[in-house]
Design a protein around this ligand. Sequence first.
Ligand code: GDP
Length: 463
Amino acid sequence: MLNDTIVALSTPRGKGGVAMLRVSGADAVRICETVFEPCQGKKLSDFSARYAIYGRIYAMDPDGTRVEIDDGVATVFRAPASFTGEDTVEICCHGGILLTETILSAILAAGARAAEAGEFTRRAFLNGKMGLSSAEALGNLLEAGSREQILLAHSGMRGKTERRSNEIYARLRHILASVYVCIDYPDEDLAELSREEILEGLVSCEKEIRALAETYRTGHAVAEGIQTVICGRPNVGKSSLYNQLVGREAAIVTEIEGTTRDVLTESTHLGRVTLRLSDTAGLHETSDRVEQIGIDRAQSALEDAELVLAVFDASVPPTSEDVSLCERLKDMSCAKIAILNKSDLSDGGDASFYTAHFTHTVSISAKEGQGMDALEALVERLFIDGSLDIRSDAVLTNARQHAAALKALRLLEAATASLSEGFPVDVCCSDAEGAMEALAELDGRAVSEDLVSEIFSHFCVGK
Ligand code: GDP
């Protein structure tokens, strides 16, 4: 499958000034020569790589006649100096829907196969052009919806995470080499590192992996988003807050209780943090069956939350429903912020009641849009590590990378613990080797075929 030549439209399907078709594989140039003729009378293969070649584009009529249908620009890339690492031709034509489909069909008829989702990037990975975390970062770059997500994805694509894990991997390999010398020649003084230095080296690798694993808190908040639930009794301003956060009138706001019956969810950005935001039905006693279903859904959304925005009407004293929400949230370990809403109305509430129940409180007026800056600053403080520069530091951005880093960390902790307890150096070998394997999983050198397929299937066709 790796040997055949694939083709896809790499620009979105639709009418536009220009569209780009990408052909990659050993036969890319030969196949493209059947649809593209350079104007200077030469063939594509006569040109040097990476030149923009102007020419005519041909397709076949149903009766088999070759017909000129467009003109455009082709660029040839020669293996391994291409995105995929294979011979690649990129043909830019005019961006008509039927036109690009016709050219695509002509390339397929000439012997290429339609690329699967993510197949170009998958080939780049399999041909060693990029590591798995760089490929994942590229996927994130295509999906990026905030400036912060762009910066993070771009830096990941440059291979920051792989370089970091490779550095730690190389140090572990160096340490293990000394361990094996100690084991093989116990009576001779051949090892480059002493027992103390081996322990020191492992402890410092452990520290670095821990620091790398901790970057996921920020990477998760920016790249994946924090599961955030807005809750509170009816009419406190949950939907108004939801609308403020998503920047449009997405949820219905009325003074009628029970307006929000289902859980509304969408992704939005608050400063540098991405929120996977859910507005929920007001929590209270009701005899309305439909509303009760909404309340049950609100309860289960709360169970999965990483951040709860508990909304209260701060212009009136807390009601029994407010009190029971505070009680309910008390035992939840996720981040919780009490939103003291309706700050534009006269202050008839009891702010001290909320400060007694919550570590974090923010006063806002969801109606007037006041106080949102303070909420943004607080959420950033809770989820973004201010000492991290996402443009230059290695940052883990998904659960797969985090799990691999944690696995490496646990194994190294075990290795250093046994050495510190005075066990002979060979005791740490299998744990240290396991940690190296986990690091290799992080950048994709040691992952299963299934996992690779799963990761690339989330890409679009043509990437
Ligand atoms: P929900 O039931 O908790 O979702 O509350 P809504 O967002 O639907 O708001 C209920 C009522 O409170 C509506 O009439 C809103 O206009 C009003 N409201 C919401 N936030 C504020 C606020 O900050 N100040 C004032 N004065 N009214 C608000």
